[in-house]
Design a protein around this ligand. Structure first.
Ligand SMILES: [Zn+2]
Length: 381
């Protein structure tokens, strides 16, 4: 599994200037790499030259081209990273037989990797690329059991971040071995709340923040009124970016809190949820596709990803089940009936059961989750 942890950096004025120069240089290296790959690299590739040899050749070319430029910081580690990043992008295009669509960078980030033996240690300060003692806010320590794969420096307007990429040996493609346990709870997720198979309900976040949205909209309007290329437009862009960032951060923060809240509120080892990817596909088939819904699903998906990740930290699991008919099936006798969304209660005419609609769905999700955990148990229901 891959993870990334993000830490805010607080560079002083001198460090800030140097970081800016590094970011600029990285972009120059990256763009030059794209050019080289497009011309010479592609030719070499098509003539059957090995990947490694292409890299070596291009690396030499790149160094020669960059060595005497005075506007950049000449760092071989940075050149290697840029070339590697460009390789990764373009060769994945070649593999998928897609055309070379070059996206030249003018971004505000650069990537780097730590030498293999160096473990990253930082408490309050970190040294990067020869810049010593940059203040860093360590709001959480790196997780154990993960290796550091590399890092990225990201600049967002006036803020700087260190993003550490981590990996452990667990294979993404393999389903984790699920425990043979009866300790399963089902969770139904809809726009308003989370409902559990034991009847518990937790408020889910509202995806909009009216006061913040209003502010953002105001900046958006003001931006569109500014003349292109003007200084005022740049100012307005900054304000808009800040307003959007505030909303994004608020949302992310809330999702983290909610995910942790769920893990505290229920004690079961396995939490079964609907597979939203499958759900979206059925919705699309039914023509039930609106922008608002998609945005909502996006939020739900991020939330479930966070929940899955946090669960593993506590040695628990989130499993995803097929969402088909979870809201139409009677959790008691298994008979099917159409239930319009407006009906808050599920009533079964077959066995005469009446139950809260979401609880009924959560019970069905639990049953499906149980059948995934331990096949022998599913025959009971
Ligand atoms: Zn029934």
């Amino acid at each position: 599994m891959n993870l990334s942890y993000r830490y805010r950096l607080y560079p002083d004025e001198f460090q800030r200037e140097f970081l800016n120069r590094l970011i600029f240089s990285y972009n120059q290296f990256y763009n030059a790499s794209l050019n080289l790959i497009q011309n010479k690299g592609k030719e070499l590739y098509e003539s059957g030259t090995k990947h490694n040899d292409i890299f070596k050749t291009l690396y030499t070319d790149l160094c020669n081209a960059m060595r005497n430029r005075e506007d950049i910081v000449y760092k071989t580690e940075l050149i290697q990273e840029a070339l590697r990043d460009a390789f990764r992008v373009l060769f994945s295009l070649i593999k998928q037989k897609k055309p070379f669509n070059l996206h030249f960078k003018n971004s505000s980030r650069f990537t780097g990797s730590f030498p293999k033996r160096q473990t990253m240690k930082f408490s309050k300060k970190i040294s990067l690329f020869g810049i010593r003692d940059i203040d860093v806010k360590v709001h959480r320590s790196l997780p154990s059991g993960y290796r550091i794969m590399g890092y990225r420096i990201v600049r967002e307007l006036d803020r700087y971040f260190l993003v550490v990429n981590l990996a452990n040996d667990a294979d993404d493609k393999e389903m984790p071995t699920l425990p043979a346990t009866q300790d399963v709870i089902g969770m139904d997720i809809n726009s308003g709340n989370l409902t559990f198979s034991n009847g518990l309900k937790i408020d889910f976040i509202k995806s909009v923040y009216p006061e913040l949205e209003k502010k953002r909209l105001k900046h958006q309007k003001s931006l569109s009124a500014k003349r292109k290329g003007s200084r005022n437009r740049k100012k307005a862009q900054k304000l808009l970016f800040k307003a959007s960032r505030k909303i994004k951060n608020r949302r992310k923060d809330e999702l983290h809190k909610r995910a942790l809240g769920v893990l505290k509120a229920v004690t079961e080892k396995v939490i079964a949820v609907e597979d939203l990817n499958l759900k979206e596909m059925t919705n699309r088939k039914q023509g039930n596709k609106t922008l608002r819904k998609n945005l909502l699903h996006q939020g739900h998906r991020t939330f479930l990803d966070l929940l899955s990740y946090k669960a593993t930290l506590f040695d628990r699991f989130v499993i995803r089940v097929n969402p088909a008919y979870t809201s139409q099936t009677c959790s008691c006798c298994g008979s099917l009936r159409k239930a319009p969304l407006s009906m808050r209660e599920y009533h079964c005419e077959n066995c005469n059961m009446t139950l809260d609609r979401d609880v009924n769905a959560a019970l069905n999700i639990k049953r499906l989750g149980l059948s995934l955990c331990s096949p022998s148990l599913s025959s009971e229901s």
